[in-house]
Write a protein that binds this ligand. Structure first.
Ligand code: B3K
Ligand code: ZN
Length: 871
C-alpha cells in the first residue's frame, strides 16, 4: 500500500466552497478510448475561497480552460484535480480521456457485452471526468454522445432528447437535456444496439409518459413483465403516496454485467438483466416477484432519492430505507401482505442480525466510512426500512402521509438529511420522536426479554419488559430505544381480550422506552395467551418462555397471519435449540408428536392461504439458526435441521402427498393464487423427495414441468436430498441452457449449495463450465456466493479448504472488481463466531489478503475492521 486509505466521518461534513449549477457533457466514443469534454458553470459559495479540488480517478487529462482560455494554475494529485487562483464565477472546461474497454470494475463508464453503460453511485462519476462528485452539488446536465451508428444505434442519457444528427464516417450523435438539477451519481449514459419494448402511461393529471425498455437483441419477449411492473409502480405511487412521474419519458436498460440489482438514474434506469428479463420458461415465480419489487424500488426513487436526494453519503438510508419501505408496501398491496412481511423478517433475523454482530456493525446512518460502496448494506437498506416502518406504526398511515407531504414541501429539489425526514414526520404529526432518533445512531440488535405474571385474584396481567443492546464492534455504550411493541391477548377459546389500563382500552402497540418496564393490564378474566412483537413491530430479538402448548395455540388462533407463522417459527426454534444441545452432549434427537401434529394441522387447515402454509412449513435457514448461538456449531445445526425435515416428511407423508397431488395446476399463470399453490406444492415436494419413492417423484416433477418454477424446484429437491436423479437432471438442464447465463445462474447456485461429499471439488470444476465467468458478477455470486453463504457444512470444512478457495478468488477479484470482492468476503469476516480451529484458519485467510500489495479500499476497510475487532 503506497498510502493507507483514509476514513471520512459524518461529523466532519462541510458544505462545498464552490458549486456547479450546469454541466454540458460531450462524449466521443471510440474503439480505443473515449474523450469526455465537460463544460461546467462554477460558482463560489464561500467568500474568499479561490481553490477548488475536483474528484477524479484513472483519468488522462488533456486540457483545462477557464472562461475560454487555457488554464495552467492546477495540479493533479491522488485526490484529484486542484485548481488554484480561481475567480468567483466561471465556465470551466475539462477534457479527459478514459478507456471503458479496460474498465472491469463496472463502475464509471464501462462495456457490458459490447454496450457502453455507466454506474456512478456512489462515487463513480469521478471515473468519467473531474468533478465535484458529491451528492450535495446539484447541477442541470446536458449530454451529447457521438458514436459509430451501426454498432451503437441507440445513444441514451438522462432527460429528454433535444437533438440528433449524422456525421461523416458512419457516425451519429444525440443530445439529451435533463431539466431537473441532480447530483452526479444520478448521471447515466448508454450506447448500444438493443431490442426496444415501448408503451405509454397516462399520469393522473393526464400527461402521457413514453415507457421504453431496452434489452439485448432477441430478448424482447422477456421484457413484458418488467413493463407491466413499471406501470403498476407508477399507478401505485399516485394512489398510495400521491406522487406522479415528472418527465415525458422513462427508460430502462437491461445489461448483463452489473454489480448490483439496478440503478435509479434520472429518467434512465440501468438494470441487471436478472431484474428485467422473464418468461415462464426461464424465470421462477421468485424471479417474477423480484422484478416487480426492483422495478418498483427504482421507480419510487424518482421522488425518494432523486427529487429529494442525500446531503452526504452518511445519509444513504434517507433514500434507501425509505425506498425499501415503499417497495415493500407496493409488493404487499399488490400481493400477500403476510408472505411479504415474512420474507422481509427472514432477512432481518438472518443476515441483518448477523451483520449487527459482525465487525462491520454500523448504525443505519454510519459515522465512519472508508469505501462508500461497503455501506450499501442490509443495515442501511432493510433495517433502515424497519425504522421507517416503526415511524409508520407510531404515527399511523394518515399522519405518516402528512409527514411525507411536508418532507417534499420542505426539501423538493434539494439534498437533505435523515434528521430532515424525522423532523418533517414530527412536525406534521405532532409526535415527539426525540428518543426514537436513537435508531439512527445506535447500532446492534436490541434484545427484549419479557416475562408475564397473571394474578387470578386481581384479574391482572403484568408484563415485565427488559431491553438491552449488546456492545457492537463499532460502539460500546448503548442506551434504551423507543421500541413499538405490538401485543394481543387471547382467551382459551381464542377470543381477543381487550387491553385495558386504568379501566380504559389501550392500544396494542406498547411504547417500550426504558431498560426495564412493567405493563399492567386489568380485567383479564382468565390467564391469557400472549401474541408478542406482532408484525415484527420492531427489529429486535424477543425472548419469552413460551410453552409448546401456547405456541401451538397461537399457530391456530392468532388473528393475524404473520403471528401464526411466527408462532410456528418459535416452536421450531425452541426444539432446534434443544436438539443442538442434545447432539452436542451425544444424546439422541427428540421431537414431540405434538409439534409434528401442529404442522399437520397447518397443512390440513383449509382456511389458511396456501402461500402462508408454504411459509409455515419452511424451516429457518442454517444461517439464521447459527445466529441463535454464541458459538456456531455448523455440524450440529446441519444435523438437527435435517433430522427435523426428515421427521416431518416421514410423519406427514400422507398429508404432504395429498396436498402435493391436489395442488397440481395445468396452465401456468403468475396470478398470486397460482404462485401460492406452486409454492406449497414445491415445499411438499422438498419433503417428499427425502422418502423412499422421492427419486421417482422428483424425476416425474422435472419431466412434466411446464415452467421454470417447477423445473427449478425439482432440481433443488434432488440436490438437497442428494437423489440419484440429481446428476442426470442437472445435465439435462445444463445441456438445454448453457447459452443463457441468467438461467444457468440457478444451476450454478445449486452446485454452490450442493450438500454432497466433494461439493468444493465440484464447485471448482464448474468454474470451467462454458457458461461461467468470474468477470460476470451474477455468475460469481451464483456459484461462489452460494457456496460460501449457503453451504455452511462445506464452506466451513474443518481442513480450511473452503476458506482457502474463497481467498484465492478474492485475490483475483480484488484486482478486477473490488466491489464484488468486498461483497463476497462477508462470511470470512464473521470468524469470531466459530470454534478456535476455524477461527485460526479464517484469520489466516484474512491475513493473507491483508498482505496484498494492491489491496483495494473496499477489502482493506473490511479486513482491517475484522482483524482489529479481535486483536
Ligand atoms: N442506488 C442503487 C445502489 C447503488 C450501489 C452502489 N454501490 C440501487 C438502489 O438501491 O436502488
Ligand atoms: Zn435503492
Amino acid at each position: 500500500m503506497a498510502q493507507q486509505p483514509q476514513a471520512k466521518y459524518r461529523k466532519d461534513y462541510k458544505a462545498p466552497d464552490f458549486t456547479i449549477t450546469q454541466i454540458d457533457l460531450d462524449f466521443d466514443l471510440r474503439k480505443s478510448h473515449t474523450v469526455v469534454i465537460a463544460k461546467s458553470q462554477v460558482k463560489q459559495l464561500t467568500a474568499g475561497s479561490d481553490t477548488l479540488t475536483l474528484d477524479g480517478e484513472g483519468l488522462t487529462l488533456r486540457r483545462v480552460e477557464i472562461n475560454g482560455t487555457e488554464w495552467s494554475s492546477f495540479e493533479e494529485g491522488p485526490e484529484g484535480l486542484v485548481l488554484t487562483n480561481l475567480p468567483q464565477q466561471f465556465t470551466l472546461l475539462i477534457e479527459t480521456e478514459i478507456d471503458p474497454s479496460a474498465n472491469t470494475s463496472l463502475e464509471g463508464l464501462y462495456l457490458s457485452d459490447g454496450a457502453y453503460c455507466t454506474q456512478c453511485e456512489a462515487e463513480g462519476f469521478r471515473r468519467i471526468t473531474y468533478y465535484l462528485d458529491r451528492p450535495d452539488v446539484l447541477a442541470k446536465f446536458t449530454t451529447k454522445i457521438t458514436a459509430d451508428k451501426s454498432a451503437f444505434p441507440f445513444l441514451l442519457s438522462n432527460g429528454n432528447k433535444v437533438g440528433q444528427g449524422e456525421i461523416d464516417g458512419g457516425r451519429h450523435w444525440v443530445q439529451w437535456e435533463d431539466p431537473f438539477a441532480k447530483p452526479s451519481y444520478l448521471f447515466a449514459l448508454v450506447a448500444g444496439d438493443f431490442d426496444l419494448l415501448q408503451d405509454t402511461f397516462t399520469t393522473r393529471s393526464g400527461r402521457d409518459v413514453a415507457l421504453e425498455i431496452f434489452v439485448d437483441k432477441g430478448n424482447l419477449a422477456r421484457a413484458s413483465h418488467a413493463m407491466t411492473s413499471l406501470k403498476h409502480s407508477m399507478k401505485w405511487d399516485e394512489d398510495r403516496f400521491g406522487l406522479e412521474y415528472d418527465l415525458d419519458i422513462y427508460m430502462i436498460v437491461a445489461v448483463d454485467f452489473f454489480n448490483m440489482g439496478a440503478m435509479e438514474n434520472k429518467g434512465l434506469n440501468v438494470f441487471n438483466s436478472k431484474f428485467v428479463l422473464a418468461n415462464s420458461d426461464t424465470a421462477t415465480d421468485t424471479d417474477y416477484l423480484g422484478i416487480e419489487s426492483v422495478i418498483g424500488h427504482e421507480y419510487f426513487h424518482n421522488w425518494t432519492g432523486n427529487r429529494v436526494t442525500c446531503r452526504d453519503w452518511f445519509q444513504l438510508s434517507l433514500k434507501e430505507g425509505l425506498t425499501v419501505f415503499r417497495d415493500q408496501e407496493f409488493s404487499s398491496d399488490l400481493g400477500s401482505r403476510a408472505v411479504n412481511r415474512i420474507n422481509n423478517v427472514r432477512i432481518m433475523r438472518g443476515p441483518q442480525f448477523a451483520e449487527d454482530c459482525s465487525p462491520m456493525a454500523h448504525p443505519i446512518r454510519p459515522e465512519k466510512v472508508i469505501e462508500m460502496n461497503n455501506f450499501y448494506t442490509l443495515t442501511v437498506y432493510e433495517k433502515g426500512s424497519e425504522v421507517i416502518r416503526m415511524m409508520h406504526t407510531l404515527l399511523g398511515e394518515t399522519n405518516f402521509q402528512k409527514g411525507m407531504k411536508l418532507y417534499f414541501e420542505r426539501h423538493d429539489g434539494t439534498a437533505a438529511t435523515c434528521e430532515d425526514f424525522v423532523k418533517a414526520m414530527e412536525d406534521a404529526s405532532g409526535t415527539d420522536l426525540g428518543q426514537f432518533r436513537l435508531w439512527y445512531s445506535q447500532s446492534g440488535t436490541p434484545e427484549l426479554t419479557v416475562s408475564s405474571a397473571y394474578d387470578i385474584e386481581q384479574k391482572t396481567l403484568t408484563l415485565t419488559v427488559n431491553q438491552t443492546t449488546r456492545p457492537t464492534a463499532d460502539q460500546k455504550e448503548k442506551a434504551p430505544l423507543l421500541i413499538p411493541f405490538d401485543i394481543e391477548l387471547y382467551g382459551e377459546d381464542g377470543s381477543v381480550i381487550e387491553l385495558q389500563c386504568n379501566n380504559e382500552k389501550v392500544e396494542n402497540v406498547l411504547h417500550v422506552n426504558q431498560e426495564t418496564q412493567e405493563f399492567v393490564f386489568e380485567n383479564v378474566n382468565e390467564k391469557p395467551v400472549i401474541s408478542m412483537l406482532r408484525e415484527f413491530s420492531a427489529p429486535v430479538k424477543l425472548t419469552f418462555e413460551y410453552t409448546d402448548e401456547e405456541l401451538v395455540f397461537l399457530m391456530v388462533h392468532a388473528r393475524n397471519e404473520f403471528a401464526r407463522w411466527d408462532a410456528g417459527q418459535m416452536l421450531l426454534a425452541k426444539h432446534i435449540k434443544q436438539n443442538v444441545a442434545r447432539i452436542q452432549k451425544g444424546e439422541a434427537f427428540v421431537l414431540p408428536g405434538d409439534v409434528v401434529d401442529a404442522f399437520r394441522g397447518v397443512l390440513l387447515d383449509g382456511s389458511l392461504d396456501v402461500a402462508l402454509i408454504a411459509e409455515i412449513l419452511t424451516l429457518p435457514s442454517e444461517n439464521e439458526i447459527g445466529g441463535w448461538f454464541e458459538e456456531v456449531d455448523v455440524d450440529a445445526i446441519n444435523q438437527v435441521r435435517s433430522a427435523i425435515k426428515q421427521r416431518l416428511a416421514v410423519d406427514l407423508c400422507d398429508e404432504l402427498s395429498a396436498v402435493y397431488h391436489t395442488l397440481h395446476q395445468g396452465e401456468y399463470t403468475i396470478e398470486h393464487e397460482a404462485i401460492g399453490k406452486r409454492s406449497l406444492r414445491n415445499v411438499c415436494l422438498g419433503y417428499l423427495a427425502q422418502l423412499d419413492n422421492g427419486d421417482a417423484l422428483v424425476r416425474e416433477h422435472f419431466n412434466v414441468a411446464n415452467n421454470m418454477t417447477d423445473t427449478a424446484a425439482a432440481l433443488a429437491a434432488a440436490n438437497h436430498a442428494e437423489l440419484p436423479a440429481r446428476a442426470e437432471l442437472m445435465k439435462i438442464f445444463s445441456d438445454k441452457w448453457t447459452h443463457d447465463g441468467l438461467v444457468m445462474d440457478k444451476w450454478f447456485m445449486l452446485q454452490g449449495c450442493n450438500p454432497a461429499v466433494g461439493a468444493l471439488a465440484n464447485v471448482k470444476a464448474q468454474m470451467s463450465h462454458p457458461a461461467f465467468s468470474l468477470k460476470n458478477p451474477n455468475r460469481t455470486r451464483s456459484l461462489v456466493g452460494a457456496f460460501c453463504n449457503n453451504n455452511p457444512l462445506h464452506f466451513h470444512a474443518k481442513d480450511g479448504s473452503g476458506y482457502e478457495f474463497l481467498t484465492d478468488i478474492l485475490i483475483q477479484l480484488n484486482a478486477s472488481n473490488p466491489q464484488v470482492a468486498s461483497r463476497l468476503i462477508d462470511p470470512l469476516l464473521k470468524f469470531g463466531r466459530f470454534d478456535k480451529d476455524r477461527q485460526a484458519l479464517m484469520r489466516q485467510s484474512l491475513e493473507r489478503l491483508a498482505a496484498l500489495d494492491d489491496l483495494a479500499k473496499d477489502l482493506y476497510e473490511k479486513i482491517n475492521k475484522a482483524l482489529d475487532a479481535t486483536s
